[in-house]
Unconditional design. Structure first.
Length: 180
């Protein structure tokens, strides 16, 4: 019994530590951005919550399309690279969050990395999280199965996020924007 309690305690501590594995960087002009591994919850706090909440609340999820891929999505993991300073991320990430909520997609299968905006570290993670993922534009949503990339949505969907996710998860021919 004691070992079970220790394991649960260890997992809880690791989850709490992972939730705070990011930084908020303030630039000389007073603007801020997040850097490192974050949770969607971090985007709900000021100043990010202003754009996140507005874009989340105003987005109308295509629930019929979500129903078509919901079960398949749960067999995958989501890796998302974004910039809290990027207009495309500010538009697409709240929409994606709302779709994932509609699909009841587990938070523990989501890994979200906020990238740097400073010239010397542009589009780099706090701890090299972007290494090996060929991140050129943000947001970049990578769908993984058993830890391997199956496809990605780059910067903005080709159709809608729901259409693109359905195409990817249905093994339809799908080529993301900027797939050069």
């Amino acid at each position: 019994m004691k070992s079970v309690v220790n394991i649960i305690l260890f997992i809880s501590v690791m989850q709490l530590a992972a939730q705070d594995n990011f930084q908020e960087i303030e630039l000389s002009n007073g603007s801020t951005f997040l850097l490192g591994e974050i949770q969607i919850e971090n985007l709900k706090n000021s100043p990010y919550g202003e754009w996140f909440s507005e874009n989340y609340n105003n987005y109308m999820v295509d629930k019929d399309l979500v129903k078509l891929f919901k079960k398949k999505l749960k067999r995958h993991e989501v890796l998302l690279f974004l910039g809290t300073w990027c207009g495309d991320s500010k538009r697409e990430v709240p929409r994606l969050a709302k779709i994932l909520d509609e699909a009841n997609f587990p938070v523990e299968k989501q890994r979200i990395v906020a990238l740097d905006r400073r010239k010397e570290n542009y589009k780099k993670g706090a701890n090299g999280e972007e290494i090996g993922w060929d991140i050129k534009r943000v947001p970049t949503l990578i769908l993984l199965k058993d830890g391997k990339e199956i496809n990605r949505i780059v910067e903005r969907p080709v159709g809608t996020l729901e259409e693109d996710l359905l195409a990817i998860l249905s093994n339809s021919a799908y080529r993301p924007n900027y797939s050069d």
